[in-house]
Design a protein. Sequence first.
Length: 278
Amino acid sequence: MKLGMNIRNWGPTATPKFLGACAVTADNSSLDAIWFNDHIGFPPKIENNVYGIPDDMGTILDPLAFANYLAAVTTRIAFGTAVLVIPYRSAILTNKLITTIQVLSNKRFLLGIGPGYLEEEFRALGVPLRRRGKITDETLAFLNSTSKDPLIEANNQPFLLNPVLSRPPIYIGGKAEVAIPRSIKYGDGWMPVSLLPEQLAEDIQSFNEQATAAGKQPPEIIAMKTLPLNDMTETIELAQHYQDVGVTQLVHTQGYDSPTQYAEVVEQVDTEVRNMLN
């Protein structure tokens, strides 16, 4: 099982010095990937904050722009969106931005995606919330097709999208009943958040069976979870359980106040957790 961590592209940690130090720390470790978030911004007051997201998450750097920064300051580690809200950007521009990241990073980008949920962001962008699923599917189909053939037609204009997109792995976020069929059709795996191994086991088994029936490779399962690092025995047991139910990458997520603290957490995950799993 691979191991990853979050890197916060929002709030007080979102400065060049802070992010650069954390990214280099992760790159110098043997962690497999670092993951970051997507929002456009928040209203003065979120009317229905169902996930309890903190106010300072609204002070956020664009994840695709941030990915290009990571391409420049790292050389080894993979990095990706957890998740990119697909309806927020047009399909053509999404293609171009991801293509650029792939070129500059030597194909290290990982594309976790979701349809979004925050009504105020959709309203500010002029995108109907009710169309988020349709837009997501259309954009995923577009990314898949343009990674094979760069010739498109948009607004009655034939157009070449070059360089050709080197399609990154695509992981679908959200509930299993929506994410798994979407991944079977357009992607390579599922990205559940905060679910325990016993909550994932049945869906992972079903996903594997559906992928086999569809003639696809075994899907990747990227599980995001805050591990109880203050109790390493519990952490190892939990990580082992994730591995046993079929998780292919476990991503530890937490806040941190300094690059030094980030380095300490990376060290715990990269040595203590990894060593016990191997």
